[in-house]
Design a protein around this ligand. Sequence first.
Ligand SMILES: Cc1ncc(C[n+]2csc(CCOP(=O)(O)OP(=O)(O)O)c2C)c(N)n1
Ligand SMILES: [Mg+2]
Length: 609
Amino acid sequence: MTTIRLTAAQAMMRWLSVQLTPEGDRFIEGVWAIFGHGNVAGIGEALEGMGDALPTWRGQNEQTMAHAAIAYAKAKQRRRAMAVTSSIGPGATNMVTAAALAHVNRLPVLLIPGDVFANRGPDPVLQQIEDFDDGTISANDCFRPVSRYFDRISRPEHLLTALPRAMRVMTDPANCGPVVLAFCQDVQAEGFDWPEEFFAPTVWHIRRPEPDARELGEVVAALKAAKAPVIVAGGGVLYSGAEAALAAFAAKHGIPVVETQAGKGAVDWEDPLNFGSPGVCGSDCANRICAEADLVLGIGTRFQDFTTGSRTLFANPARRLISVNLAGYDAAKHGAMPLVCDAKVALERIGEGLGAHRFEGPDLGLREAWFAATGKVMAAPEAGNALPSDAQVIGAVQRHAGPQTLVMCAAGTMPGALQVLWRSSPGGYHMEYGFSCMGYEVAGALGIAMAEPEREVICFVGDGSYMMANSELATAAMMGIRFTVVLTDNRGYGCINRLQQGTGGVQFNNLYAQSRIVNPPALDFVAHAGSMGAFAVKAADIAALEAELAAAQERSGPSVIVIDTEAETGAGIGGGWWDVAVPEVGRTEKLAQARKDYEVNVGRQQVGG
Ligand SMILES: Cc1ncc(C[n+]2csc(CCOP(=O)(O)OP(=O)(O)O)c2C)c(N)n1
Ligand SMILES: [Mg+2]
């Protein structure tokens, strides 16, 4: 056997550089890195040696570097990914939130935190967690519940099995998620004689499983027996590349489609069967169709609480639920009739079973009335001194947007408002709403712009999320990566302030105005973003915002457009009930009434499954 002598870190990076997509690209495009003693000597030396064969990028924070990596993978529909390496201790635990985000959203990312010495030579090394009862625990054990595959590399030859397992998880459409290879610092630097064939280029195909014949038969029979079905399209439609198949299936059989946060953009908004979004951030026409449907056909959706209106949406007592999903876990939720297979394959097979069967189809007038109503809330405001609403900001971006525009966001008012209002062209919508993690926005925009340089990426971010994490703006400026940030400043956590009042509470600790502060905030976001190398400007009103959106496209780096907004309205249209527990014992009449209303809604929940 011919062997090659390399350190374990050198072997890892060399191996990663030859794991390929069917198109011949590296599956792991490159590695985000912040070095410390836990990875600088071993992994750092190995990455430096890779040069362009596996590029390294330097970010500002391990969590946000990982956000950029995860957004990249989502924009690439899980067909490519990035790795992130950190030192041990705080650098590693900074990535735990990002791992959870990738876990919830089923997105691939390879996290490579350094770990304590396997040989325990310097125990306890700087930043080492000391468990009094368990000698095998390190800070990296925090990753266990939030990784789809976790391994600790405490001998070089562990890589021979760990690396293929890592790739298997990231390219497995049912099991896809974050992989953590915690790499002991001394092992990174250890030499080993690797079999030469270990470094042979390998192509990873993402499989498309066929359905079980019996499950398929039941699903087709249930559909044929239905009168008023609705399709709930989730992120699985996009990851399967089933967008065109879905639109054709819906058109052929006359079935309306509603899109979840992850599924939005699967079908063009102009498609007459696209009824918008279901549930908590739903359009009225979608929620009406869902409530009346006698059959709900979920395709690639997790059926989480926003989609189901916390299990109150699909209210027809006669309705049946079908869940097409690659993951048996999701397909069996809510007592659904499962169809475990790929989304595109499912549409083909169900279509074959249905033949020319056509449903009566929805009342298209409902849809037209809905879009007319959303047009009004998004219209530019009459001239005056009132601050614009978030819906009016979305309207400005919508008027500016073209087919190349992609809007993205994660937390705050905008995700709900965008789901209700945004009119997405195919693939023009990127929402991190599995974890809805404040601080994903700016870094996520960077990752998307790296994945899709030809797109116009527009990042919506609230003042709260911007304050939580913004420093990858400097990275984007330094790397010359273009995207546009629309920063809506309503002086606090607007959406939670509204939720607080909607659940019977008084305004408290959300907007700065109701927080325990002495000096009112004087946050100059333009100066702040500008200091990081972004072009930054304040838009005095909606018209100025539209002009700045156009100007931003002419620049080569990031632009930040700050606009003051009012905090009271939100989307101002649509929506549904969301289960947020209201206190049973309280001091105000308002709270007592909110609790009564809450109990009525809890009584509507369809439990089980
Ligand atoms: C990391 C994280 N912490 C807390 C939350 C809960 N949360 C959701 S939105 C929000 C406030 C967002 O404020 P801002 O970005 O200003 O948006 P606004 O609603 O004001 O438009 C909070 C605290 C979260 N989603 N993520
Ligand atoms: Mg805010």
